[in-house]
Design a binder for this molecule. Sequence first.
Ligand SMILES: Cc1cc2nc3c(=O)[nH]c(=O)nc-3n(C[C@H](O)[C@H](O)[C@H](O)COP(=O)(O)OP(=O)(O)OC[C@H]3O[C@@H](n4cnc5c(N)ncnc54)[C@H](O)[C@@H]3O)c2cc1C
Length: 463
Amino acid sequence: MSNTGVNKEVDVLIVGAGIAGATLAANLAKMGKNIVVVERDLSERDVIIGELLQPGGVQKLDEMGFSSFIDHIDAQPVYGYDIIFEEQDYVIPYPNKNGEPSGYGFRNGAFLQNIRKHILSQQNIRVIEGTVTHLIEENNTIVGVSYKRKLATDEESVYAHLTVVTDGPLSEFREKLSKPVNKVNGYFLGLLLKNCDLPFPNHGHLVMGDHPPMVIYPVTSSAWRVLIDFKGEKPPRMGRDFKKFLLEEFESAIPQSARTAFVAAVEEGKFKTFPNHRLPASPIKKAGAVLLGDALNMRHPLTGGGMTAAFNDVLRLSNNLEKVKDFSNNGQIGKAIQKFYETRHLGTQTTNILADGLYGVVYNPDLRKAFFEYVSRGDKYAEETCSILAGLNKDKKLLLNHFIGMARYGTQLRITNSEKSKEKVTQSLTMVKDAVGIITPLLLSEKPDPGNKLMLEALNRMI
Ligand SMILES: Cc1cc2nc3c(=O)[nH]c(=O)nc-3n(C[C@H](O)[C@H](O)[C@H](O)COP(=O)(O)OP(=O)(O)OC[C@H]3O[C@@H](n4cnc5c(N)ncnc54)[C@H](O)[C@@H]3O)c2cc1C
């Protein structure tokens, strides 16, 4: 079967030179493909998204031969997490046992400019600065896009055998290629803490307590990013008393050594917010096109898993496309895409489930206490949980065992410490039930595999 009538010299057209799109362009160029990328703004962005790359994402970059993307941007190695709960804390190192890499913190804009610099230097990649206005469809097949260059009034078009839509979290085109059920869980407010120390240098810090959760990690040698969660469908209202509110609510929860920097950042008032989505992947088959990155699938950024998921997908899609002998053959490309959609969960599902699962846990007072008590046991309770967070361990069954194990352990501790027998029974039922209630919809929204049915049955038996 051949493609539609338009003369196409371009193998792959990529909408968006963001984290996923630019890396895909770089990887496909290595395979000798002829590529066009259309990106609406090539200048360095100043954003609060994508600033901690988990070890699993670093590993995928290495596999593609792109570890140099992290060079010369003052990126900070990250060796693990400090989990802070009320007045206590517990440090969990990333596995690093078999020479696995550390994670990295950096400014997203600087990292992305490194990737873009690379693609701009490749002879078989043409990068156009312009905004894609629509996907061109002929005979039920996407054959290219129309775009407007910066400051231009006229539209131009570019045609390709395959169009990759990777226009990010606020994608305009995902509805053409999927049936999205997109939920905003809340907003992250980002601040930069300058010239201060945190309890553990080169570590991520998850701060939980009787306040919304915060994550803190290094992004340069002199700055830490703090992200504060604001639950709800609307962004926080930054009225007159907002600074006062931030100080009252969060200052005492920030580790002592960073409080002066926190107060200074609040006073400076350079607040940035971004919505946190949950978007399970729900692609529809459309000849000539594929969805990638946040346009396809999003999870809560509490665990910093988005770029790791994106690099897993980039590598999987590239490997499938590498096997396509004839890019003008729609059938061959269609099979490669179908296989990508059918198997991508093997690389991303644990990252997705853990992200939204942990988000549920930190807002449940009993479960977040149980989580802290569970990982503080050390040993496999900390190490295995952290290896999943790192994106290095993709064992879904192990994730479920720890998730439910955590609720059971919390229950056990309450029963041991409780004096009233009626209370014992109620608490024991509630915690496991809550954990099952959090994890079940997350499991169901991932692509089923043969083990899913058994896991769901086992979960149902628990409640
Ligand atoms: C608050 C927050 C914090 C996060 N923190 C982390 C973290 O610490 N670690 C982590 O791994 N992940 C994190 N993530 C997730 C991570 O940022 C994303 O998963 C990742 O950036 C997705 O890459 P992408 O290429 O899909 O989107 P993007 O990197 O946003 O790229 C999309 C690109 O498409 C371009 N574009 C859009 N529309 C058009 C158009 N019409 N025409 C042309 N170009 C267009 C945009 O300009 C942009 O360059 C965070 C997310 C949020 C919301």
